[in-house]
Design a protein around this ligand. Structure first.
Ligand code: ACM
Ligand code: ZN
Length: 476
């Protein structure tokens, strides 16, 4: 069985038209670019052609080039078009990401055509146009519970790029570890963790630049006021009870705010291009605050009734600081129905109605509801799991739609989805096995139009690319 090479793509594109022509693989020798924005795309294709034993060279004006990169001012930067005739392949885009996404698509088509080797391999002719459904297509990785090496992080980033994920949320701090080299808490990095891992500033810069080359923006997260056990072990004076610092900053201690602002300054300097800074805000416990004289005094002074209101005031201050630095704050949605300033992006993770509760307040929403997009959850019963975990199969991920039933209600606030890989049960060497089988399904959920999605057709395309050796190439 041979499928048209125009019908193997993941994520499924917006539109495909066939023209009945064939372009033989053996005729492909030279490429030529008419856009400086196609550099990353060219590199991808050059590596691919070397891998399949038909090195591709950059051709000059005299060469009969068969792959041409053309700028197209009608297309946005993530949009792309490929036109294939019996003579040539033309790749059009309005920007760097679009050219790279087209190169990824072309590689999938070439893998499909090359299943029996290059001799008679051909691409089916036609035209493909593609554009994203969501502008925000995120993925979160948690190096705090288990550390990932720089090599693993880069591998993850290149896999994300292959499936058009454009946002990498990096959960760098938690109770278990503080994974950043820091001039403010130099004693913390890598200390007291089984794996000893942390990222030096140099390594962070290397990862930031690698991500940028893959058209991926990074959202660094500094989790607060809960999930802060590690940093409070070094600065117990910033907890309510310094002899039992626990996981929460003291909200009534003015030093907490000043200290966190300095940490945020350091993070913003390390991530100069990060438009969004994530402040955490999830799962803080109120019990230490309830017993703390400073927190109780602060509650009274601010004329607030509950510790949740005090937490809200504290986190609102932090969001104002981020805004004053010219960035956009982001937080996990809260269990307790707190409202945050409209310019704060909220990440819905608790239940499918959370975006509906946020929408009337006007905050932009990122959709990460755990039952649909927590990649730490087992894809099969054989995988490690904790009592809080649901099973999350590839099909479950595929069926995810950030709008659920409420496209009308959420249209103005929904930025897009973000899959999250927490690592309580995932050491470095299991990151790829957790990520890759479900990533294609997630890519289609984040990129493709709902009306184009069909799980069984997706399963066919995936099996076909798998059998053609495409996923082996990605794993390398
Ligand atoms: C979360 O899963 N605590 C955001
Ligand atoms: Zn306190």
């Amino acid at each position: 069985m041979r499928y048209s090479t125009l019908s193997v793509l993941i994520p499924v594109p917006r539109s495909v038209t066939e023209n009945g022509e064939k372009l033989f693989f053996r005729s492909l020798r030279f490429f030529r670019s008419f856009s400086e924005k196609s550099l990353a795309a060219q590199e991808k294709l050059v590596s691919f052609f070397a891998y399949v034993g038909n090195p591709l060279s950059e051709g000059g004006p005299e060469e009969p080039c068969q792959i041409l990169f053309q700028p197209d001012p009608q297309l946005r930067k993530e949009e792309w078009k490929i036109r294939i005739t019996s003579e040539k392949i033309e790749i059009f885009s309005g920007g760097e990401p679009g050219f790279s996404y087209a190169a990824e698509a072309l590689m999938q088509m070439l893998f499909a055509s090359l299943r029996e080797g290059p001799r008679e391999a051909w691409l089916d002719g036609g035209e493909i146009f593609d554009a994203p459904r969501f502008s925000y297509r995120g993925f979160m990785l948690d190096p705090a519970r288990h550390f990932q090496s720089v090599a693993t992080v880069k591998k993850v980033l290149s896999l994300l790029a292959a499936f058009r994920i454009n946002t990498f949320h990096w959960h760098l701090t938690d109770n278990q570890a503080w994974r950043l080299e820091s001039a403010i808490v130099p004693e913390l990095a890598g200390k007291g963790t089984l794996d000893g891992g942390f990222y030096t500033k140099e390594e962070v810069r290397e990862i930031v630049s690698f991500a940028a080359k893959n058209h991926i923006g990074i959202i660094p997260e500094l989790d607060m006021p809960g999930h802060s056990g590690k940093i409070l072990s070094a600065h117990p004076e910033l907890a309510c009870d310094s002899s039992h610092p626990g996981s929460e900053y003291c909200l009534g201690n003015p030093q907490s705010r000043e200290f966190i602002k300095r940490l945020l300054d350091e993070i913003m300097e390390l991530f100069p291009e990060s438009r969004i800074i994530h402040l955490g805000g999830d799962e803080a416990e109120t019990s230490a605050w309830e017993k703390c004289p400073r927190c109780l005094a602060s509650l009274k002074e601010k004329k607030l009734k509950t510790m949740r209101e005090l937490e809200n005031a504290f986190m609102t201050d932090m969001t104002r600081y981020i805004v004053s630095c010219g960035r956009t704050p982001m937080m996990w949605g809260t269990c307790s129905g707190q409202v945050y300033p409209k310019d704060t992006v909220l990440q819905a993770w608790l239940d499918i109605r959370e975006p509906l509760r946020i929408a009337p307040h006007g905050n932009k929403v990122v959709y990460s509801v755990h039952t649909s997009l927590y990649f730490d959850y087992p894809a099969s019963p054989a995988e490690p799991q904790e009592s809080w975990m649901f099973e999350l199969t590839e099909k479950g991920v595929y069926m995810t739609d950030p709008f659920i039933l409420w496209e009308k209600e959420l249209a103005n606030v929904m930025l897009g989805p973000e899959a999250c890989l927490w690592t309580e049960t995932v050491p470095d060497w299991r990151i790829l096995p957790k990520l890759l089988p479900r990533l294609s399904a997630y890519g289609e959920c984040a990129w493709s139009e709902n009306s184009k999605k069909d799980y069984y057709d997706f399963a066919r395309r995936k099996a076909y690319l798998e059998a053609a050796g495409y996923y082996e190439y990605l794993r390398k």
